[in-house]
Design a protein around this ligand. Structure first.
Ligand SMILES: N#[N+]C[C@@H]1[C@@H](O)[C@H](O)[C@@H](O)[C@@H]2O[C@H]12
Length: 452
């Protein structure tokens, strides 16, 4: 029997969400529309025509949700702020009601012994800024820093862990290259510009934090290990391109001050030469990096735009509802790569979880209590926490784990069709029901990981 895993003293056990995915009421109390308010109301963009107009109604149920977090024993909660609740036009006028919402949420978390981790940008750009070019306009670095300063001045001290951007790769790959996500652009020329401006904005926000803040700030990236489908030179080159495009495109400029050379190869004429001062702005000292991990990709050379790579489905693999292979070893491999490439910067696993089929309404067990059995999710979480522990044992400085997600929620353009929550949401009644995985995670937290 292997000894029970031991996680470091102070390891932070939590869960994560994002504003547009859970709050609902996107235009309440003076808030301005975001690109997701617009995108969701554009016919054909969202599965089943779902929108974030109601979502989990967290905008009204936040106190009960925090109470449930405490009952489940969460020590931390990662959430995002909707920029257009704070600055309805994206810059200028501050909407005090929006600021009050998040200030009250932070106070309630702290009153319940839960540490807030605040993400400034989780994809819901103010529509008013998109009208001015959004992430394609270089001025957005200043706009983002202005927004960040409003929050730093209002919340720093109560919030001690800040994140600038969530998954810049998804913002550009989904929103500017392939068009599946807001604002729905499809341009090989726009994607590198959006990526670069996201990273400039990240740097500007970190720089602003150093002038105002007293605590910690970092960047959250979604990265996944790329394994070659064969030992051919073509597949090795495909892995190199896919790895650079997803795993190095944002971490390299943020931590090393340059882009991987493969990006010029991938984008060709669409890859600009950036001024040196941009790299100085982007490469600001960080206190941590957040890694969102879900799956791996077994990668082959293939005709595709613009990477010329393909993903090979594994015949003996286990796959989630989103078609992602369950591969915990990939998380250990990735964390070891991170340490080897970027050094001993502290890491939080800021998202990890899986969508498996859960019923739209909870069952009722023999005692008359609502219940949602989700053994596949428990197995997924147990194995990935084991993979994290292996990386810790190998010397990676991992400081915490934020399960994705606290609640079932709006899975962006997939609507409510995918359930990632440890807590089930009946979207008809808004009833919350902790799934078996939530009860299991409570035990993990209480035992500090020994009861994996
Ligand atoms: N898909 N999926 C689940 C999850 C998504 O819901 C989050 O908003 C993103 O940060 C990240 O993509 C991961």
């Amino acid at each position: 029997m292997s000894p029970a895993p031991v996680f470091p003293e102070g390891f932070l056990w939590g869960a994560a969400t994002a504003a547009h995915q859970i709050e609902g009421s996107p235009l309440a109390d003076g808030a301005g529309p975001s690109i997701w308010t617009r995108f969701a109301h554009t016919p054909g963009m969202m599965l089943n025509g779902d929108t974030g107009d109601v979502a989990c109604d967290h905008y009204h149920r936040w106190k009960d949700d925090v109470k449930l977090m405490r009952e489940l024993g969460l020590k931390a909660y990662r959430f995002s702020v909707s920029w257009s609740r704070i600055l309805p036009e994206g810059t200028g006028r501050v909407n005090q009601a929006g600021l009050d919402f998040y200030s009250n949420l932070v106070d309630e978390l702290l009153a319940n012994g839960i540490e807030p981790l605040l993400t400034l940008y989780h994809w819901d750009l103010p529509a008013a800024l998109d009208d001015r070019g959004g992430w394609l306009n270089p001025d957005i670095a200043d706009w983002f820093a202005e927004y960040a300063r409003v929050l730093y001045r209002a919340l720093d001290g109560r919030v001690k862990k800040w994140v600038t951007l969530n998954e810049p790769w998804v913002v550009t790959d989904g929103g500017y290259l392939h068009g599946a996500l807001a604002p729905g652009h499809r341009s090989k020329f726009e994607a590198p510009i959006a990526s670069h401006n996201l990273m400039r904005a990240h740097g500007a926000a970190v720089k602003a934090y150093r002038e105002i803040g007293q605590h910690e700030i970092g960047l959250v990236v979604n990265i996944e290990p790329k394994y070659p489908a064969s030992d051919s030179a073509q597949d090795a080159a495909a892995v190199r391109r896919a790895h650079a495009y997803m795993n190095e495109q944002y971490l390299h400029p943020a931590l090393l001050g340059h882009y991987p050379p493969e990006l010029k190869e991938i984008f060709g004429e669409a890859w600009p030469e950036w001024p040196a001062e941009d790299y100085d702005l982007i490469q600001q000292k960080l206190d941590f990096v957040g890694i969102n991990y879900y799956t791996r990709s077994v990668t082959k050379a293939a005709e595709s735009y613009p990477l010329n790579t393909g993903v090979v489905r594994q015949p003996l693999g286990t796959y989630t509802e989103t078609g992602w292979e369950v591969f915990p070893q990939g998380l250990t491999d990735l964390l070891l790569w991170f340490k080897q490439t970027y050094g001993d910067l502290p890491v939080y696993i800021t998202e990890n979880g899986a969508a498996f089929f859960d019923p739209p309404t909870a069952d009722v067990d023999e005692t008359g209590q609502r219940r949602v059995r989700d053994p596949l999710r428990i197995d997924y979480l147990r194995k990935h926490l084991g993979a994290i522990h292996d990386a810790i044992q190998a010397g990676v400085d991992i400081r915490g784990y934020m399960l994705w997600s606290f609640l079932d929620n709006l899975e962006w353009s997939l609507g409510y069709s995918k359930r990632f929550g440890m807590v089930h949401v009946n979207y008809g009644t808004q009833e919350r029901t902790p799934k078996d995985s939530a009860r299991w995670y409570s035990q993990v937290i209480q035992s500090h990981g020994r009861k994996l």
